[in-house]
Ligand binder design. Structure first.
Ligand SMILES: *Cc1c(COP(=O)(O)O)cnc(C)c1O
Length: 349
């Protein structure tokens, strides 16, 4: 009966990664543009004989460049294999009180999976009917809080004053703000770090930095928080960050001009797409991300999803309560969005 002793979990389901190249892929919020040209050049010239060696377990070059970029000390930066890795380790490290942790009822669907994996009790706080955060719901006793801001899959951004009120009301627990989409026009909570030692911020290279395939994420927090995270990481796997990710990730941060160019372009395309979707009868919370969470006035989301899929356009659809009439549509290139809009027009018109 060995199976009685298994840690059974219900895993997170990621968006589909089709092998075909002719798909317009708007289902996992990747960047439609390649990484900076300097990154590609470094990749081509990489000395593969270095792969004999273990990578730098402290990820020094990447930690240093991030510390410089975000104007914090290197001791305040922790890097991991995508922000999923950073967040998962953070759950293990910080949510250890036995009291339920809190997060919104509609948010990144990995949070409840990690909580279940580590047997951390949790309570969800319902969003208001306009998908905004219910601040008072975060003023009950808890063992920690995690909030995605802007939120996924809604795309909605909570102003810093709202985030600050939640941090302030919870000085005795850690509040993690998952800023996976912060670079698309929203304001980061980073300046609040000076005031609150119970705040930690997590970001990723997967969306705005065009490097989902490299798997790089990071946390910025107090020196004490980062030390605790490092202790757990080094009790788990010393060499999480592979050599190419360290080298190419460092180069990506150095190329700030290119980063600003592509995020600016995506914001422009997003605003155009909002207008077109509105014209076609869609409504959505006002997105500050690289996706739009849209519902049609007449046609069920599931039908639109199926039609788009049959036409080689992949978007994300969840057959789950509260969100089963919405599509989450990633912002692609202008050309991709034009094909999306004309395909939708043919179907809905
Ligand atoms: C995409 C995403 C992540 C994880 O991204 P990684 O690729 O693991 O860095 C984390 N949180 C949210 C809200 C996301 O949308």
């Amino acid at each position: 009966m060995w199976e009685d002793n298994v840690r059974k979990v219900v895993p997170y389901v990621a968006g589909e990664q089709p092998q075909r190249r002719d798909i317009i892929k708007l289902n996992t919020n990747e960047c439609p543009y390649p990484p900076a040209p300097e990154v590609s050049k470094l990749m081509e010239n990489m000395d593969s004989s270095l792969f004999r060696l273990y990578p730098d377990q402290n990820a020094t070059s990447l930690v240093d460049v991030l510390a410089e970029y975000y104007k914090v000390k290197p001791e305040q930066v922790f890097v991991g294999v995508g922000s999923d890795d950073v967040l998962c380790l953070s759950f293990l490290t910080f949510f250890n009180s036995g009291k339920p942790i809190l997060f919104p009822n509609v948010t990144y669907s990995f949070y409840d999976v990690w909580a279940d994996l580590y047997r951390i009790p949790y309570k969800t706080v319902p969003l208001k009917s306009d998908w905004s955060l219910d601040v008072d719901g975060f003023k009950q006793e808890n063992g920690g809080i995690i909030i995605a801001n802007p939120n996924a899959p809604t795309g909605l951004y909570a102003p810093l004053s709202v985030i600050e009120e939640i941090i302030q009301a919870n000085r005795d627990v850690l509040v993690i703000v998952d800023e996976a989409y912060i670079d698309f026009g929203a304001e980061s909570a980073l300046p609040l770090l000076e005031k609150y030692d119970n705040l930690m911020i997590v970001q990723t290279f997967s969306k705005s930095r065009a490097m989902a395939g490299m798997r790089i994420g990071f946390a910025i927090g107090s020196e004490a928080q980062i030390k605790y995270l490092r202790d757990v990481k080094f009790s788990f796997n010393s060499y999480t960050m592979n050599l190419p990710s360290l080298v190419l990730g460092t180069a990506a941060v150095r190329n700030d001009k290119y980063f600003k160019e592509i995020t600016g372009k995506i914001i422009e395309t997003r605003e155009w797409t909002k207008k077109e979707l509105t014209r076609l009868g869609f409504s959505f919370p006002d997105s500050m991300t690289n996706f739009i969470f849209a519902e049609h006035e007449k046609v069920p989301a599931k039908d639109i999803f199926g039609y788009l899929r049959a036409n080689n356009i992949f978007v994300r659809y969840w057959d789950k309560p509260l969100i089963n009439n919405h599509l989450r549509i990633t912002i692609g290139t202008d050309d991709q969005m034009k094909v999306l809009i004309s395909t939708l027009e043919a179907y809905l018109g």
